[in-house]
Design a protein around this ligand. Sequence first.
Ligand SMILES: Cc1cc2nc3c(=O)[nH]c(=O)nc-3n(C[C@H](O)[C@H](O)[C@H](O)COP(=O)(O)OP(=O)(O)OC[C@H]3O[C@@H](n4cnc5c(N)ncnc54)[C@H](O)[C@@H]3O)c2cc1C
Length: 348
Amino acid sequence: MEVDYIIVGQGISGTLLSRCLIRAGKQIVLFDNNYKYAASRVAGGVINPVTGKRWVSSWMIDELLPYAETTYREIENELKCSLLKKMPMLCFFSTKDMRNIFENRILKAPKYLQIYNEDSKWQHYFNLQEGMACVNPCLIVDAKRLLSTYRNLFIDQKILIEHQFNWKDCLFEANKVRYKDIVADKIICCEGADAMLHNPYFSKLPWMKDKGECLWVYIPGLPEEYIYKGEIGIVPQGDGIFWVGASHNWNFKDLLPSEGFKQDAIHILDKWLKLPYTILEHFAAQRPANASRKPFAGWHPEYPVLGIFNGMGGKGWSMPPYFANHFAQNILNGHSIIEDINISKILN
Ligand SMILES: Cc1cc2nc3c(=O)[nH]c(=O)nc-3n(C[C@H](O)[C@H](O)[C@H](O)COP(=O)(O)OP(=O)(O)OC[C@H]3O[C@@H](n4cnc5c(N)ncnc54)[C@H](O)[C@@H]3O)c2cc1C
């Protein structure tokens, strides 16, 4: 079989890049091993425009946020299902110091930040300490539904092959790549954190290990029009179910859900939440993180038919829509890749 492109990995990166190439009329084959604990299948799907304890606007967020909103809305129409919610994030201060940092930041750079004085409305639900603030707007993408709906569509269209891609069987020629009985013009790696261990061609990129854990929790009665952020995030999923997370662990022995995270999360919820809750599920996965906190896109210096679109780290729902299109313009039309994400500066 001959196709234009082989894509390895149907997480959010591989899915959105495939979508761009298919929309341009290209023929692709997508390999995915359907690993249940891939980052995209475990993620909260939250797009939060500010980062970290200093409330700094995330890199390129003024472009990424509206682009992501438009893309996910288009995808809702294409897939005929509801995937995106837009809502504020209520942030709870546990110390005066946190509050001071926020108040200083809002004076200097108020975009996305709002003072919130309606604390008393929340006394029934939460133990309040040093008041609240608001980040607005945030987006929540229904990660599981988006990926599984695309997966079914790609299987129906005979584009997706459920298979563990093995790099030993991949052969590069001058202008072609061959994998078993498939020949393509190019192959693009979108394997997420698996690339760190199993892809021999991009091991020199500055990957970072970052294990994240989360819980699915039933909290009947908690309003579902807000994301809540204290020492942990509580993200509404509908029908009283909330995604609660996530941790960052840079030094771990395995990728299993840990009792340590679960106990920490219970301790935080017990201190913070006044409502009863039930833990339904507990997941862990590895983020495809890297030191630059920006995506990796571009071409292998030795094998020009071999590309990569990866490295989304903790921003795997805001960065892929914009950068899948950006990289697709390079693949399809030879447009240049912005230096911030182009792997050529690292590998050449
Ligand atoms: C607990 C947790 C919470 C998170 N929450 C958020 C959040 O709220 N907001 C946000 O923006 N980001 C969040 N992230 C980060 C985000 O989920 C990731 O950045 C993003 O999902 C990465 O997507 P990806 O497609 O690049 O990789 P992945 O999701 O890892 O997808 C790679 C795919 O390739 C497949 N694969 C790998 N190797 C092979 C192979 N050899 N053959 C076949 N298939 C293969 C995998 O099974 C998988 O399906 C979170 C991450 C974690 C772990």
